[in-house]
Write a protein that binds this ligand. Structure first.
Ligand SMILES: NC(=O)c1ccc[n+]([C@@H]2O[C@H](COP(=O)([O-])OP(=O)(O)OC[C@H]3O[C@@H](n4cnc5c(N)ncnc54)[C@H](OP(=O)(O)O)[C@@H]3O)[C@@H](O)[C@H]2O)c1
Length: 248
């Protein structure tokens, strides 16, 4: 992949994506990392100061009115190459919520950030993804052409929700995102764009907490491997960081 855009790169998995992408043997020529506040993104700014291929754009994903501006800025950065990979990573969670405790605002916030935003942001960046896919029409479908990776969670799997229950805001938002992944995979395949939902594993980030078994390094290494080897047969699947297929 030559060009990639990742949302939510101030910390956690987004930041680690950027860190590992610049460290690849053949790094992308353009890595667009979005964050809510450039001033506060110290680690991301430090990475950028050492790597000219990093471009930082400021985006709160709830600011839907800014999507077209971001798309224009991204277009200026990637030029004729278009965008090979879009990683819809920014996300929030509300702590474990029993039905008798859950609040309407929590459900709405999770749905907007984890489901509505990735759908609308993908819509805004679609022309750039189509350009990359068309430019590389002789390459097999995959990250040399165009891929959308929606960062979901195993908690969005309805099939795997067997005992624990709860988590109404987060589960419903990630299930909704998974439904969007499936539709995108159907709608965009003929444009040469593949779409997957990804579970990064349970990872030590602010969201995952210290007790999580995986380090961001392991999760991102796995997901970049999945991205690099992605095949047309995996279009519209829900995959774990190590490539294992998960049930919806
Ligand atoms: N860690 C896990 O175990 C785990 C498991 C399953 C799925 N995931 C998913 O993986 C993704 C990344 O999670 P993480 O573990 O890296 O979480 P994290 O450490 O809490 O980081 C979340 C990132 O999302 C950004 N973000 C939140 N709301 C935003 C908004 N309105 N606009 C723009 N950016 C926003 C944050 O920006 P600020 O720094 O500005 O707040 C931050 O960069 C999420 O989609 C999450 O649901 C994580």
């Amino acid at each position: 992949m030559k060009t990639v855009l990742i949302t939510g790169c101030n910390r956690g998995l987004g930041l680690e994506f950027v860190r590992q992408l610049v460290g690849l043997k053949n790094p992308p020529s353009k890595i667009i990392a979005t964050c809510r506040s450039i001033d506060k993104a110290q680690e991301l700014n430090a990475l950028k100061s050492q790597n000219q291929n990093i471009h930082i754009l400021e985006l709160d994903v709830t600011n839907f009115d800014k999507y077209n501006e971001i798309s224009e800025q991204a277009k200026d950065i990637v030029g004729d190459d278009g965008l090979n990979v879009l990683i819809n990573n920014a996300g929030v969670t509300t702590k474990f919520t029993r039905l008798n405790m859950v609040k309407q605002e929590q459900i709405i916030e999770n749905l907007i950030i984890n489901a509505v935003a990735p759908i609308m942001f993908t819509k805004a960046l679609l022309p750039l993804l189509k350009t990359a896919a068309a430019n590389n029409a002789s390459a097999p479908l995959g990250s040399s052409r165009a891929v959308i990776m929606n960062m979901s969670s195993i908690l969005g799997s309805i099939e795997m929700n067997k005992k624990e229950g709860g988590f109404y805001p987060y589960r419903t938002s990630k299930s909704a995102l998974n439904a969007a992944t499936k539709s995108m995979s159907i709608d965009l395949k003929s444009d040469g764009i593949l779409t997957i939902s990804m579970h990064p594993g349970w990872v030590q980030t602010d969201m995952g907490g210290k007790q999580a078994p995986l380090k961001p390094e392991q999760s991102i290494k796995g997901m970049l491997g999945v991205l690099a080897d992605l095949k047309v047969e995996q279009n519209g699947l829900f995959l774990q960081f190590d490539g294992k297929k998960l049930p919806w």
